[in-house]
Design a protein around this ligand. Sequence first.
Ligand code: NAD
Ligand code: WQD
Length: 344
Amino acid sequence: MKGKILVAGGMGFIGSHTTVELQNAGFEVVIVDNLSNSNIEVLDGIERITGIRPAFVEADCTDMVAMRRLFDEHKGINGIIDFAASKAVGESMQKPIMYYRNNLNILLNLLELMPEYGVKGFVFSSSCTVYGEPDHNPITEDAPTKKATSPYGATKQVSEDIIADVIRSGSPIKAILLRYFNPIGAHPSAEIGELPNGVPANLVPYLTQTAIGVRKELSIFGNDYDTPDGTCIRDFINVVDLAKAHVVALERMLDNKSEEALEVFNIGTGDGVSVQQLLDAFERSTGVKVPHKYVARRPGDIVKIWADPKKANEVLGWKAEATLDDTMLSAWKWQQRLRERGIM
Ligand code: NAD
Ligand code: WQD
């Protein structure tokens, strides 16, 4: 056993995939989640893939009493990954107080409890949203962050600042901020994947739901941008590749490989892929045609952003490996599995 890791929000999309990779790497995992955006069957999926059922505590991470109980009952936690957050950009515009309260209180509680319980390493789920519309692509970690355009984005920026302040104050912890680009796809086994709530706002779940007939047509928001095919450009990162970045980040801190107490890494492929190219890759790899139309631009969309992942490649020794076609196939397989299970 390499160590015991608390995965906050571990029942969610990225947390469940990361739990699988942590267990595959020999870590013991304790998940804490309030199931506000996930469900209990995720544990079965993780167990079917890895043969190990992680410990699970159903609790709200904003509840300090429940969190203390968790640390008292699960002694010897060495590291924490904080995935727990509310994450819908549109909803955050309607419910800013809920977003600030949830996302920031989770973080504050975890940071306060770490020294009390001797927890050494902290990985935080940040986002490329902190960069806003980049002046240059690919974007490096030292590029300036820009004022957030949503309360959700603001919680990521403030969270990064809070972690830096806590470390600067002398807290005996190490932290790594992982700035994810656009996580997509599912585990190739289709045992776990993304479970969007209601009508998906994100491209890939909307696309796969259209392909399977839940949605009539995919709307492509804008094809008149200043890009080669007129659609926006993103860095779509396979969720299993993304999950593996957390494992190496934790190992770096727990094995004392880093000099710095706080480090930041872009987690992306380094390739800018347009919305049109992603749709083409889906149709090519699955052989399924997706009804679609081109509509007006979505207000607030970034035109183009993709990562320079060189720092993660060189310092963490991590690199995105999945091809876009494989990732699209995994997303499709997951959508089909949801249909078989009568969920979607
Ligand atoms: P998700 O909603 O699938 O997972 C988050 C999990 O946290 C859910 O299982 C939810 O039930 C849980 N949770 C929320 N509030 C909680 C609370 N108060 N107490 C306990 N559990 C709570 O989201 P995801 O896509 O897996 O994202 C994980 C993290 O990565 C989030 O912090 C998100 O902001 C960040 N992120 C996601 C993306 C993306 O596109 N998916 C991109 C960049 C960053
Ligand atoms: C991608 C592209 C859309 C849906 C969001 C958050 C960001 C980060 C990742 C967490 C855009 C286009 C989409 C559709 C479309 N999350 N699109 N039709 O906007 O890059 O980022 O998720 O930190 O903070 O803002 O992702 O998947 O919504 O959109 O044409 O039905 O697909 O216009 O160009 P985005 P997305």
